[in-house]
Ligand binder design. Structure first.
Ligand code: SF4
Length: 308
């Protein structure tokens, strides 16, 4: 039996589902029961009947699944799988920051710790952030955290001024504008697709700005075009599968890694081996204290209700 087959057999035995983010390794996505972006993963976690949820993603995604399923077992196979946005918005610093804005509505990106979520009024993902911010009554003073690039883009899209926390995604903020300009010269008809976590000058030149699922839909809807893709490279697999005739060029980064494209080091930690070990040893189990769970669930539920 291959390791992939063993993982599937273990998942069946343990009444477990494997929920994977688009940015995961291909071999991990191949054994998953569900693949999606953060919003789709949260929606799936909210409705699955399985007794155990194995989250092939990063910590905040497993915490989101646990918030929605306090009575179930939620496993994060790689305890070190974090996120630069969540780790640069520490709960104690955020609490002190919010003291300056006691009357503001706090809109928090789902890429945040459970403690920061618990201090928020409503959450959002990149797929529904515009809808969430626009749903607030006009003149509502807003704090937005933690991604300042997404926050700036939202200000432009919604016309709302917001107080922004200052953190960035280390992957999306590192795409090279100069290299993308050079590629535009070499492929003049190429359309630039960018995630809103990218820097403002890149978002200004992009043809389409949107969440991972929005960028995938764009390629599927126009499958014969050439694209320069400025988001994590994992999504290219789904783009190639669903639009095999599209020409896809990963946007280069300022500090290229071995593949010279945008790979999230945290997302790539999860392997078939770590999934197998997680299922055998039931680890790492995500446990959230009841009071914190209830506080953080409120803004999460508000977001899910808004995006129905
Ligand atoms: S790609 Fe960026 S935002 Fe997404 S998990 Fe990695 S560091 Fe966090």
């Amino acid at each position: 039996m291959s390791r992939a087959q063993r993982v599937r057999a273990l998942a069946r035995e343990r009444d477990a589902v494997i929920i994977a983010h688009y940015y995961q390794r291909s071999e991990v996505k191949e054994v998953a029961d569900f693949i999606g972006d953060s919003l789709a993963m949260a929606n799936y976690a909210a409705t699955t009947q399985a007794g155990t949820l194995v989250v092939a993603g990063v910590r905040f995604m497993a915490e989101t699944a646990a918030l929605l399923n306090p009575a179930k077992t939620v496993l994060l196979p790689e305890p070190e799988a974090g996120c630069s946005l969540a780790s640069n918005c520490e709960a104690d610093r955020f609490a002190a920051f919010l003291q300056q804005y006691p009357h503001h509505t706090v809109v928090t990106y789902i890429n945040s710790s459970v403690e920061v979520k618990a201090m928020s009024h409503v959450l959002c993902t990149s797929a529904n952030a515009e809808q969430v911010v626009s749903s607030l009554p006009e003149n509502t003073p807003i704090v937005f955290a933690p991604d300042r690039h997404l926050g700036r883009w939202l200000e432009q899209r919604t016309g709302r001024h917001m107080v922004l926390w200052d953190a960035v995604c280390e992957v999306h903020a590192d795409f090279s504008l100069a290299e993308i300009d050079r590629l535009k010269g070499a492929y003049p008809s190429a359309r630039v697709l960018a995630h809103p976590e990218c820097e403002a000058p890149l978002l200004e030149l992009a043809d389409v700005v949107g969440s991972t699922s929005r960028l995938l839909a764009e390629v599927v809807d126009h499958p014969d075009e050439t694209y320069i893709v400025a988001t994590e490279e994992g999504i290219l697999k789904e783009m190639r599968q669903q639009a095999p005739f599209a020409k896809l060029i990963p946007a280069p980064q300022n500090t290229p890694n071995a593949c010279a494209c945008g790979e999230c080091p945290y997302m790539k930690l999860t392997t078939l081996e770590s999934l197998e070990q997680a299922l055998i040893h039931e680890r790492e189990t995500i446990r959230i204290p009841t009071e914190l769970q209830q506080q953080a669930l409120r803004p999460l539920r508000r977001m899910l209700d808004l995006s129905r």
